[in-house]
Design a protein around this ligand. Sequence first.
Ligand code: ADP
Length: 188
Amino acid sequence: MDILLLGPPGAGKGTQGALLSQALGSPKFSTGDLLRDAVKQGTPLGVEARAVMEAGHLVSDEIILGVIRDELAKPVSAHGVIFDGVVRTIPQAEGVAEVLQAMGRQIDTVLFFDVSDEHLLRRLAARRDVESRADDDPAAVVTRLKAYREQTAPVIAWYAAHGGLTRIDAVGTVAEVSDRAMRALARA
Ligand code: ADP
């Protein structure tokens, strides 16, 4: 099963994705984690993406689609993947659909983790204190939320129109949200 997690920065996709991955035994694929590793290791991809990420902007569709193709070609991804924050623009949604279709697959379920702006700003400020991510500084957070509203929010409507999107209330404890996500999957 291919499951896509959508939601604003700070919605808890990474945390919930890891729990889903454990529960379902499917690998989790996060472009954010993959890009951060590339930056740390100083690979050509990391060198190219670093400044864009640190400013809070989206990395280009071309780069992301290349990363997605590479990931889906791996044997570990052959039986379905949990896509965590992987699709952030309409061209990316179209690109993923195309790559999966060529493999006889499709996104089976989309879980949209919904959180109010007020909660997001609080969570991202708290994470800055713990993880010291460059893109959690206040200016980059504003840019990330703007990128989300302008480029990623339309993706929610795109998937709603293509079927299979479930909204999850992502305010609550990790266990509560995880429970909602598992129930949504059981219904899907
Ligand atoms: P968040 O969703 O909290 O902003 P992530 O760790 O998922 O954090 O992503 C960090 C950064 O990586 C993004 O701000 C963006 O620069 C880049 N990125 C990750 N995935 C994508 C994507 N699908 N398209 C464009 N940029 C991406």
